[in-house]
Design a protein around this ligand. Structure first.
Ligand code: AOF
Ligand code: ZN
Length: 359
């Protein structure tokens, strides 16, 4: 029970690095002696100390002896020289007698190495304490290590008939509550990239930035447009505002002399005029994008859903009626057919937000 208490504290500490460490995982560590926490650490920002090293430095700074202590760490200590020297060595050097680990590190560059290196030095190692909680906290990193593609979240908003668009040039759906709009920006902030089809850019000229909520300049999501035939208007917000990197997925090389510095182009092959979304996911995975938000429109949602590439979805149904001339509809059944299951339903004023997960 005591062990769980200490690991829970390590998980709590890891949370302090949320958004600032990606694409690295959230990791926390406590050093314990005689049943008491003597030092704490967490991975605080990309390129910063790893959790174990911060905990050791914390002890040193306060003149606390680490010899003979037990380390509780949410992720297997690394055993490689990356942005920082190996944590396995730091733990040995600190004289830790035992290391209790939440979950093994599936990153191919460090896999298994940490546990082996510690065991070889005669340090006792236990693995798997509160593994599920540790996994959940690092799920984006874990998913990416396993598949080398991002976790895909689809976000759609409709009126109460399932219509998705009203007047062009205005936001697709005017949510009836401020909280619902804030949720949209929260899921943008939680994503490392946001993808739309070029038709959405032509129609709505979105900025695809995080606004109106607490955020950080370090975590600006990339903006990605599927645009095989280079139809993007040169004067649209994505092309003219350098607020975030913009990536255009094209089917061939185009003249880029008019592109601003924040615009990047990626050329991918087409099949029947379409770029395979699976290839886009691989490409984004190579750019270390671990979480992708699919914002629309209908064509783009369908392409991801048809290939069963959507891992979770948020569908907001607002109690309003959009322009009756519009014929684009999106229903819960689209999600069900793609293997998604309803997990949660939240009512915010006149908006109903449903949350879906892959079964
Ligand atoms: C640890 N403790 O606190 C973290 C670990 O780029 P680097 O050098 O920071 O290394 C990143 C990799 O190290 C990351 O992909 C993951 O495998 C592991 N993260 N390991 O021992 C930590 N954040
Ligand atoms: Zn490390």
């Amino acid at each position: 029970m005591q062990d769980e208490f200490f690991m829970r504290r390590a998980i709590e500490l890891a949370e302090k690095g949320r958004f600032a460490v990606r694409p690295n995982p959230l990791v926390g560590c406590v050093l314990v002696r005689d049943g008491e926490i003597i030092a704490e650490g967490w991975h605080d920002h990309l390129g910063g100390l790893h959790a174990e090293q911060m905990a050791i430095a914390d002890a040193e700074a306060r003149g606390v002896e680490t010899q003979g202590s037990i380390a509780y760490v949410t992720l297997e200590p690394c055993n490689h020289f990356g942005r920082t020297p190996p944590c396995s060595e730091a733990l040995m050097w600190a004289g830790v007698k035992k290391v209790i680990i939440g979950i093994a590190d599936p990153n191919p560059t460090v896999r298994g190495g940490g546990v082996d290196a510690l065991s070889k030095e005669g340090i006792e190692v236990e693995i798997g304490l509160l593994e599920e909680e540790c996994y959940a906290q690092m799920s984006a990193f874990m998913h990416w290590c396993e598949h080398r593609t991002p976790h895909v979240l689809l976000k759609a908003a409709t009126d109460n008939n399932g219509r998705i668009d009203g007047d062009p040039g205005k936001p697709a759906v005017r949510f009836s509550t401020k909280k619902a709009l804030e949720m949209v920006h929260e899921i943008r902030r939680d994503s490392m990239a946001i993808i739309v089809g070029v038709n959405t850019v032509i129609r709505d000229d979105p900025k695809l930035t995080v606004r109106g909520i607490k955020s950080s300049a370090d975590i600006i999501p990339k903006r990605v447009v599927i645009d095989p035939n280079n139809r993007i208007p040169i004067d649209c917000q994505l092309m003219t505002t350098p607020d975030a990197e913009t990536y255009l997925i094209n089917a061939k090389k185009y003249d880029t002399t008019k592109d601003k510095a924040h615009v990047n182009r990626i050329v991918l092959p087409t099949e029947n005029g379409n770029i395979d979304v699976k290839k886009i996911l691989h490409c984004l995975g190579d750019l270390e994008v671990q979480t992708l938000l699919v914002e629309g429109g209908l064509e783009t949602w369908k392409r991801f859903l048809e290939q069963k590439l959507v891992d979770s979805a948020h569908l907001c149904i607002s109690n309003i009626e959009l322009d009756a001339q519009n014929e684009d509809y999106f229903y819960k059944s689209h999600l069900e057919e793609a293997g998604l299951v309803l997990k949660e339903e939240i009512t915010l004023g006149n908006d109903i937000i449903t949350k879906w997960e892959r079964n």
